[in-house]
Design a binder for this molecule. Structure first.
Ligand code: THU
Length: 142
């Protein structure tokens, strides 16, 4: 994966910070903003959107990824998450799985309100992932 220019990373971070301001999180009071980078260079944003039926809460990462997918994106090169916390917040398991669908080798960065940051890859966060290739492997056995 080619390196992502620092200016693009800065744009991603600003986008995720702005997205967190739109968070609808009256139940957890935990605001999350996410920005994803498509292979086209376009950035898509998302925030967490909660629901009175708690199980229907949607994470910021998935909001951003579904928005990118709805715009036709099928390849993600980076996911950046912002939380207004002292330590960075890594994506939850469900979001790791959803990132894997479109960005199995994506860079994953989490920033917060301190200089601490997480800068890793989806490969490192979800080793041995179940993905499209798993279904193809199953079909080959039939
Ligand atoms: N949340 C995210 O938006 N992303 C994550 O990766 C972890 C959790 C949200 C879901 C819920 O609205 C709130 O944070 C508390 O779990």
């Amino acid at each position: 994966m080619p390196p992502i220019p620092p200016t693009t990373l800065l744009r991603l971070e600003k986008s995720a910070r702005a997205a967190a301001k739109k968070s609808y999180s009256p139940y957890s009071r935990f605001a999350v903003g996410a920005a994803v980078l498509a292979d086209s260079g376009k950035i898509y944003i998302g925030c967490n959107v909660e629901n009175a039926s708690y199980g229907l809460c949607n994470c910021a990462e998935r909001t951003a990824i579904f928005s990118a997918a709805a715009a036709g994106t099928r390849k993600l090169t980076a996911v950046l998450i912002y939380t207004p916390t002292k330590t960075p917040t890594a994506p939850c398991g469900a979001c790791r799985q959803v990132i894997n669908e479109f960005g199995p080798h994506a860079r994953v960065i989490a920033v917060c309100d301190s200089p601490a940051r997480l800068d890793t890859t989806l490969d490192a966060l979800l080793p041995g992932a179940f993905g499209p290739q798993s279904l193809r492997a199953g079909a080959a056995q039939q």
